[in-house]
Design a protein around this ligand. Sequence first.
Ligand SMILES: [Zn+2]
Ligand SMILES: [Zn+2]
Length: 663
Amino acid sequence: MNAVERVCAVAARTGGWDAFSEVICRHLKIAVSTQKDLKRIVKQKTSADVVQKLAIFARKQRGRRDTCVLGGIVNIIQNLEKDETSIQEMYKQGLLDFVFQCLTVPIDVSNFRKLAIVVSQDIIMEWRDSDTWHNISFKSTANIASIIAEHVRDKTVFGALLILLENNLTKLCTYRMLQKHTIPAASLQSLQLPRLAATLVAYYQSSALNDLPFDTGKSLFVALMLSPSISIRFRGLIGLLNLIHSDSTWDFRFCNPQRKYLNLAFPPPENSCSLDMSRDASAGLAPMIFPDGSTFDSYGWAMKFVEYEHQGPKNNDESFEPPLTRIIGAPVLNMFILKHMESTLRAKGKHYEADVFNFGIQMLLIRTLKMTENESQPLFDVHITARLSALDGIKRWPERSYFYYAAIKTLGGPECSEWATKGIKCTDTTPHLRRRISYELSFALFEMGVVFLALQVPETMWWKDGVKYMKMCQASIQEALGLMTGGSAEQTMLVVLSFIAEYLVRGPNSESQLPSGLSEKEALVSLSILKVRECKENSELQEAVSTFLPLRSEASKKWSSLISAMQKMPLAAKEAQTFNDFTGDFWKYDDNMPATVMRMYFEKTKNTINGSTLPQCSTCHKPTVGLKKCGRCGQTKYCSEICQFFDWKAGHKAKCISPEIST
Ligand SMILES: [Zn+2]
Ligand SMILES: [Zn+2]
């Protein structure tokens, strides 16, 4: 035991972390315990010096496990975090890493672990520039992941660690985009992803759950769908879809959880695939002659195909998707012939028709590949090309209805409603395109609703966005059903969608009185019709609902204790009320969002130092010593330049009046 440890041991009998910090401060001849001390550091600009002394001392503790000393240091760091300059210094001198290292000190003093978690949280949650962000994520992820399993029984700690992990991984998802290169090997190594994966294997390795005997994995998610809580029911569906979807085209899976992070529609990954839009007409100048000497009317048949794309089938009970061989009268159809057909359209100056033909063929290709191909790459490529063609089509033909439908179908996402409105307004829209648009829109809105309601924190503004999407989805389904008659595959599929959407919203006890008048029986009949017809449209959802309905009674027996635990949660009734009462609009993702997020966090953090309350930053509400005043009005106070910037953009610009001018 060295001198400091001895004094700390004495202090342990008298006070908490503050007492240990006091001993260390005296030993290092620094003062950081009170608000006054911190103000002095700010004024005299001594933070670099103070941090250096502490950093050297902290480095000497490597390998030691005296939680009194370690806790004292972490506690000082927490105090220093109330001053922005000191944070920068601590970041530079590696003191923040020290906190993350403290997370994994094997100890049995739970208070020390909690202190390390709280201070790590403060470091990770703060909004910073992307370099710092990524760096902090690299340094903390492995440490957090390695202790998470020890805390599964402590709900608060476990939850906090999960949020930190999610936060880090989300930031790392932006690495390539912001740093313009991939994560360096050494940094990637430092994340210790295999270890992390082992913790999360149940979720990410869908086959692991699928391999459980007697449908245990599936029935768990079915049980979640029987919960009285809206958000848990939606999580159950996401889980089921996760078991069903094929990993080959993860980016295009139905209800992709990644949609949570994207405020915009999926941007097509740049460079991964270039759009083959040569728009070459030369091949179409010569006629297509088959080996037996007969000529093929490429132009005529191509125009017929384009017309089908706009007008749809003659009979109401046919699928929207054109049965290629019936529309095009050719003995064989291959890519060579299809390319020739497109070229003949271009050769005659029919560029719009050629673009429609091109997109329609890609849709056919996707359906064919889905049925036959298990290789991911070709399917992935066609999907990407289709997205690019749809966006390109909107740009080239903004007055044409068709490509708005194409964009909704291939991209989904929050822009869909706008595309639908534009598409319907176009003068060239047909009843068939109108049906297609509202059909695809219903599914796109459902996806967004599911992801937000399942994965956002209940009752937050993002969760309420999910409420909005789901309500729009239900309205869109009713509208789409109103446009359809005769029992096409699409109408049948909409009945299934309508059933599951209403079930998920209303819960297990009210399905007999669904307002649309659709019953579970009708959903089951629809599913069997789709199966007989081999309709692959939205096949993941078909399979999820087909799994859910028959497994319910078994799941409620197998997971009865889970279900009764869920029934006792107070959350459910409140959620349902919020869902029913919500009539607001989407949360606006404006420039001020980072500040709002930070405010939500800092309003709950410790805002005192040695008993005295700290002043708060005008933007993020972070308790801070040495806030900087706005240079013009001297009224508002900020913890950092970033916060001043956010506030300026968010409206301070208009309110800021310098005293001289106002008098
Ligand atoms: Zn601030
Ligand atoms: Zn001002």
